[in-house]
Design a protein around this ligand. Structure first.
Ligand code: GCV
Length: 631
């Protein structure tokens, strides 16, 4: 096989419970049958009589499962999808050697999906793991990998897949028009067997671009009819289609604003068209001015999504989900939680994480994202905690056609953790990383200890040698890899740190852009005052002189210098720790990861030297410890 099965490679071994010797069940649904198949393949039952694992398929569309004992038998009960999730959970627990306890499990959210930014030509926007396995030469494809992808998804409880890039272009524009119905139906059925629904991205301008109409105005009756008829045909031809994901009025794409309409008018028009088919609309909130003049100090990109969408709360149809990136700007290694996630009272929302490590090392650097996801899910704002307020979760996928799916072997931990947290946001980042490490590399404590430790520290290490204290955006424009402290500074994207020889940062408190006030009075006050703002976000919220004293007495500049030295040294130490695992993990994995660490260390040193020397040249304030800081 030209790809691995990641955490599904390991199967239960050793002394299994008596019931594992026989697996029976009357299952009707495709997912129920898949559950039975997975259990038989995983447990290799050898008896015809005696204690058994029995599957009981119940009516209904739910996703929960129950486990209970009847004499010597273990019963796994639930609707088809529930059986599937239960089967994978059971196999995983047996592989980990954990006790199987009676109980019930249900997912926290009905939609738990991956958004693929795959293009029809086989490239992947911000893809760091090879070519698309969904598209080849301009066409969607369905093959054995599609099925194995679905198995991997189901094994961690994920149930949705959006096939194509939100920036819909090329042949992907015709996914809507009937040209690829057969391929979409096939992909939908294959994913559906494992409980994964199919979504596609559509262009808001489709009536104009594909439909030949003179406009895409959402209030125009001919446009509305076009969408209704297009959906009528498409949903019939592709029965597993769950709906559309839409990037509108964003980074140059058309949307309702193009026609002087609101975001609600745009989203609701599509919602009306998909509703008769049980479909939903995932409407992205990534709407901001991407043609800003850097001299304009009033416009603050961080404010944009809240300012656009909060006033529309209550105006969206019930099959619209507002899709909100985890932070107010764009997937930086450290941002505050998007205030919109804790603001909407009457509108469904879906949080969007980015497993594709666009700004977090592009799957060359190790950066375990579960701590970031937990920080977001557990964040409490004036209207409650994110995990209780959202209705769904999604993540930009990190997968591609590479052997290991995620470019960096250790980046698979992010995919795993996302699935587990989407099912149960109460889990901890530690629990998920320990599970993943043991499932992937076995139980040698030297391996599990090293790998879990480095993964748990990796985000902060990355943050330290790149952009500490919430400053963000010092990466190379376009590629977003490697340092370029002023790369985005005089550009149009609204991503400024406004560093001079005296000060650095954007003032987002009440005396500045007022962004902090979007968090309501209490939190707003805390973020808005320098003394109470969490230090890790200090330069996100405040503009400060380099001589500002941090809580530990160091100056701001010294802290930035120190972070770069420390982060880089930690990256070097992580690489050495990995080297010490030679012979303890499979050789091919060892070599792949070692190659990645070499690049991470090279890049970390570059970050350290470029950022520190740029600051030194700007300020002429030397490092108090006299370390070499200029190239
Ligand atoms: C898919 C950032 C990325 C773009 C991406 C965009 C988005 O700007 O750099 O590649 O486009 O976010 O999330 O829509």
């Amino acid at each position: 096989m030209d790809y691995s099965l990641l955490w599904l490679e390991r199967k239960p071994a050793g002394a299994l419970p008596a019931w594992a010797g026989r697996v029976t069940g009357e299952v009707r649904s495709p997912q129920g049958r898949a559950a039975l198949r997975e259990l038989r393949e995983g447990l290799k039952p050898s008896r015809e009589t005696g204690p058994a694992l029995r599957l009981l398929e119940e009516q209904g569309k739910g996703e929960s499962f129950r486990l209970f004992r009847e004499g010597e038998d273990l019963i796994l009960a639930g609707p088809g999808k529930g059986l599937l999730y239960g089967a994978f959970r059971l196999l995983e627990k047996l592989t980990l050697g954990e006790e199987i306890l009676p109980g019930e499990s249900a997912p926290a959210y009905p939609i738990r999906m991956l958004d693929h930014w795959d293009n029809a030509d086989g490239s992947i926007e911000r893809g760091y793991a090879g070519k698309s396995f969904f598209f080849r030469e301009g066409k969607p494809i369905c093959d054995a990998r599609t099925r194995d992808y679905a198995r991997l998804m189901a094994s961690v409880g994920l149930n949705g897949c959006c096939l194509n890039n939100v920036n819909v272009s090329g042949e992907a524009l015709y996914l809507l028009t009937g040209k690829y119905d057969r391929e979409l139906r096939e992909i939908g059925e294959t994913l559906g067997e494992y409980g994964v629904s199919l979504w596609i991205c559509v262009s808001f301008a489709a009536p104009l671009e594909q439909g030949g109409l003179p406009t895409a105005d959402p209030l125009d009756p001919t446009v509305r009819r076009w969408w209704r008829e297009t959906c009528g045909r498409l949903f019939k031809a592709v029965p597993d289609l769950a709906g559309f994901l839409v990037k509108a009025d964003s980074e140059g794409r058309a949307g309702p604003h193009t026609y002087g309409r609101t975001q609600a008018e745009g989203a609701n028009m599509l919602a009306e068209a998909v509703k008769p088919h049980g479909g939903s609309i995932l409407w992205r909130c990534f709407v901001y001015n991407c043609t800003q003049d850097w001299r304009d100090q009033k416009t603050d990109r961080a404010r944009a999504q809240y300012d656009t969408f909060a006033p529309l709360d209550g105006q969206f149809a019930d099959n619209v989900y507002l899709q909100i990136k985890n932070g107010p700007v764009d997937f930086q290694v450290r941002e505050p939680v998007s205030p919109l996630l804790v603001r909407l009272e009457k509108t469904k929302s879906i949080v969007e994480f980015q497993l594709a490590q666009e700004y977090t090392g592009q799957q060359w650097h190790v950066c375990y994202l579960a701590p970031l996801m937990k920080e977001v899910l557990d964040f409490t704002g004036p209207a409650g905690t994110v995990k209780d307020r959202i209705s769904a979760v999604c993540a930009v996928s990190s997968t591609g056609g590479d052997f290991n799916w995620t470019g960096h072997d250790l980046a698979a931990a992010n995919l795993y953790a996302f699935g587990r947290l989407a099912w149960d946001p109460g889990l901890s980042a530690e629990e998920t990383v320990r599970e993943w490490t043991r499932l992937t590399y076995g139980d040698d404590p030297r391996v599990t200890g090293t790998v879990t430790d480095m993964l748990l520290r990796s985000r902060e290490v990355y943050e330290r040698y790149t952009v500490p204290l919430g400053i963000g955006w010092m990466c190379v424009p376009g590629t977003h890899y490697g340092p370029s402290p002023e790369g985005y500074e005089y550009d149009r994207w609204g991503t400024y740190h406004r560093a001079t020889c005296r000060e650095i940062g954007v003032e987002r408190g009440p005396s500045g852009t007022g962004f902090s006030e979007q968090y309501g009075p209490e939190l707003g006050r805390s973020y808005g005052a320098i003394e109470t703002c969490p230090e890790e976000l200090l330069l996100f919220f405040h503009r400060l002189p380099y001589a500002y004293r941090m809580k530990d007495g160091r100056t701001l500049l010294q802290r930035i210098y120190d972070d770069h030295f420390a982060g880089c040294a930690e990256a070097e130490a992580m690489a050495e720790a990995w080297d010490a695992l030679e012979g303890l993990v499979p050789e091919d994995a060892f070599l792949r990861v070692r190659e990645r660490f070499r690049e991470q260390v090279r890049s970390a040193r570059e970050w350290r030297d470029v950022i520190n020397s740029w600051l030194y040249r700007l300020t002429l304030i030397p490092d108090e410890r006299g370390r070499p800081i200029y190239l």
